[in-house]
Design a protein around this ligand. Structure first.
Ligand SMILES: CC(C)(COP(=O)(O)OP(=O)(O)OC[C@H]1O[C@@H](n2cnc3c(N)ncnc32)[C@H](O)[C@@H]1OP(=O)(O)O)[C@@H](O)C(=O)NCCC(=O)NCCS
Length: 187
């Protein structure tokens, strides 16, 4: 797997920046993973501040692994790099492949920010990491997320039954993929 050495890692995306998480980002992480309006759609339940701190500690540890197993990046506005408005993650695994994940705080949704940030992450995955295949697994009721990936060229592959246990119940995922050569999508 291609290893990009720069630390801290940062991708510019117009009005947004995707950057490595830092010590001190606990409140920013908790603002996302502690908000039920966000975690309702994710593969895990809402987390306390202590759990958010543990999650951040794990992200910071994994940033320093070589080869890097993931790019778990904070999304901020370029003008306010200290205010975390969301996250985007590429979890590397398999042969030239990665799982894509993302979430935005509710106050920053519906402004095109997810499209901007996820597009930049995809560009990085194919152009810099030279990956071949990206997957996104999305809850069947998550219209916003499915709309997002379909608008970026992902194709629906099928249903993964009882894929995650979240909000007290098993939940299917709809699996989407995007292959190198299918990007960039023309709109
Ligand atoms: C999914 C999510 C990241 C979209 O963020 P966003 O910034 O609002 O999305 P954008 O404004 O960039 O819009 C992207 C596309 O999704 C569509 N969309 C956004 N919210 C929508 C909604 N509630 N219903 C239907 N479509 C929606 C937009 O119309 C747009 O499509 P278009 O480009 O064809 O016009 C956001 O809703 C979120 O964080 N949800 C909670 C966490 C989550 O679901 N994460 C993904 C888990 S698989």
């Amino acid at each position: 797997m291609t290893e990009l050495a720069s630390r801290p890692f940062k991708l510019d995306a117009g009005a947004l920046v995707l950057r490595d998480f830092e010590e001190g980002d606990t409140d920013g992480v908790h603002a996302i993973v502690g908000d039920e309006r966000v975690t309702h759609w994710l593969s895990f339940d809402s987390r306390s501040r202590e759990e958010a701190q543990a999650m951040l500690d794990g992200i910071l540890d994994r940033q320093n692994c070589s080869p890097r197993p993931e790019y778990y990046l904070a999304i901020t506005e370029s003008a306010s790099p200290e205010v975390i408005i969301g996250f985007a993650r590429l979890g590397l695994g398999g042969v030239k492949a990665a799982d894509l994940g993302y979430a935005l705080r509710p106050e920053w949704q519906h402004r095109g920010h997810a499209r901007t940030a996820v597009s930049r992450m995809i560009e990085f995955a194919f152009n810099d990491l030279r990956l071949h295949r990206l997957t996104a697994n999305i809850g069947p009721a998550n219209t916003a997320s499915m709309r997002l990936v379909e608008s970026l060229g992902f194709q629906r592959e099928g249903t993964i039954r009882d894929h995650v246990h979240t909000n007290g119940a098993w939940r299917d995922s709809v699996s989407f993929s995007l292959l190198e050569g299918e990007w960039p999508v023309s709109r």
